[in-house]
Write a protein that binds this ligand. Structure first.
Ligand code: EPU
Length: 418
């Protein structure tokens, strides 16, 4: 069994470089299926979600060549099937993007319902509603989503909830659909904009990404080209929280500071210094910190994916803080693991009350999902004594070289295989 062994108590110091954005790249690796030609994608993080997805698009007929650690050449000139692999699809949430991409390129898609982190019900009704608005027929047979896009064309879509996945998936299906699509109440996350930028740089006509109305004029074909993925907003935030929780001083490089505004604003409220450069942020936490209340919201609100790291930080701050989860029904399962480290957290539905300021103690804990794993790492770095973290497959899904990056910041962390 693999474990992270972390001896806490060292303030983090130094510089760390952020990798490409997981939630952009998993969509872009599906979007390449729409391109009748060769695409080179740079700044791809070396994480397990990327490996699974590359494997999946290869089974659909994509030819993938790794040019260096973070650059891939992908040729989708000859796709061979619209049927996605069942077992691989279940390993990750983002496999749902294969539906939009295959519909757009092949006119049909058979894709199993997605897997991914478990935080309550994760419906995809808005994706399906969007496809239907574009003239598709969608059925679920024998547990497989079967989408028939023989009559795919532009249409009007109003999303009932702000959904990152539905926004991107509808964009993928509409990019090559004849006519105009207008999507209202769209998600505005940086990775939505990145996918639109990728598609536009390959010849698509998508306007308004980053606002709540996206307009897509279907084009006949997408051509090849080169594209670099944006830096990972959530990885950057994770290092900001690790720095603050250890009362450290770290320069976080290769970030887009604008994407971090909700976090930076909370940090300032907490008495943490945040210095922004063009593509870097320095976080300095050398004074006693203030408790705060936080509510997660779709972008530009405070990101739900940084809710677990925020809870770990607030556990180190004197006083009672309240966190409200505004996106997911059940994203606090990991707090039972934090309790093992001496945290005092009461959860009632979407609200967590954190009685902070108790010294965290090393313990044996597990990563219950991806960002919960990041939360455990942050708590372990701030704790006295040794913490052992298991279920590392969750962390591996989204954090590139986390042991190396934290070690370079002075953390006492190693990965062992018992
Ligand atoms: N929702 C519906 N119907 C739908 C789709 C969503 O009711 O058809 C609801 C969800 O239940 C949720 C809310 O809408 O309450 C938002 O869900 P969204 O569709 O935005 O989430 P997602 O696309 O499945 C992505 C990220 C998540 C991140 C959320 C919210 C990817 C691959 N995943 O998920 O990231 O939490 O957006 O920002 O982009 C992570 O990286 O750890 C992660 C979980």
């Amino acid at each position: 069994m693999e474990k992270l062994i972390i001896k806490g108590g060292q303030p983090l110091h130094g510089e760390v470089c952020i990798s490409g954005a997981k939630n952009a790249v998993v969509a872009i690796l599906c979007a390449v299926l729409l391109v009748d030609g060769e695409v080179t994608i740079e700044n791809i993080p070396d994480i397990s979600d990327v490996r699974v997805l590359i494997d999946m698009i290869e089974t659909l007929g994509a030819k993938v060549t790794r040019l260096d650690i973070s650059t891939y050449k992908i040729d989708c000139s000859n796709l061979s099937t619209y049927v996605a692999d069942v077992e691989k699809s279940k390993k990750m949430r983002a496999s749902y993007y294969l539906i939009g991409a295959l519909l757009g390129r092949m006119g049909r898609a058979h894709v199993p319902p997605p897997g991914g982190c478990n935080f309550g019900t994760r419906p995809i009704d808005q994706h399906i509603k969007g496809f239907e608005s574009l003239g598709c027929k969608v059925d679920i047979r024998n547990g497989i989503i079967e989408a028939d896009g023989a009559e795919l064309r532009g249409g009007q879509v109003y999303l009932d909830v702000v959904s990152v996945g539905a926004t991107i998936n509808i964009m993928l299906a509409a990019a090559l659909a004849p006519g105009n699509t207008v999507m209202e109440n769209a998600a505005k996350e940086p990775h939505v904009v990145d996918v639109a930028n990728f598609l536009n740089s390959m010849g698509a006509n998508i306007r308004g990404a980053g606002t709540d109305v996206i307009k897509i004029k279907g084009v006949e074909k997408l051509h090849g080209g080169t594209y670099a993925v944006i830096p990972d907003q959530i990885e950057a935030g994770t290092y900001m929280f690790a720095t603050a929780a250890t009362r450290g001083d770290v320069l976080i490089k290769n970030v887009i500071p604008k994407h971090m505004e909700a976090v930076s604003a909370k940090f300032v409220e907490m008495g943490i210094e945040v210095w922004e450069g063009d593509d870097e942020i320095r976080v300095v936490a050398n004074k006693p910190l203030n408790k705060v209340n936080v509510k997660t919201l779709p972008y530009p609100g405070f990101p739900t994916d940084l809710q677990p790291p925020m809870v770990a930080l607030l556990a180190t701050v004197d006083g009672t803080s309240i966190v409200t989860e505004g996106v997911w029904d059940n994203r606090y399962q990991y707090t039972a693991e934090l309790d093992k480290m001496g945290c005092r957290i009461t959860v009632d539905g979407r609200v967590a009350v954190i009685e902070g300021g108790r010294q965290l103690q090393g313990a044996q804990v597990k990563a219950t999902d991806l960002r919960a794993g990041a939360c455990m790492v942050i708590a372990a770095l701030a704790a006295t004594g040794v913490t052992e973290i298991t279920e590392l497959r969750h962390i591996d899904r989204g954090y590139e070289r986390i042991v190396e990056k934290l070690s370079a910041l002075g953390a006492d962390i190693k990965r062992i295989d018992e």
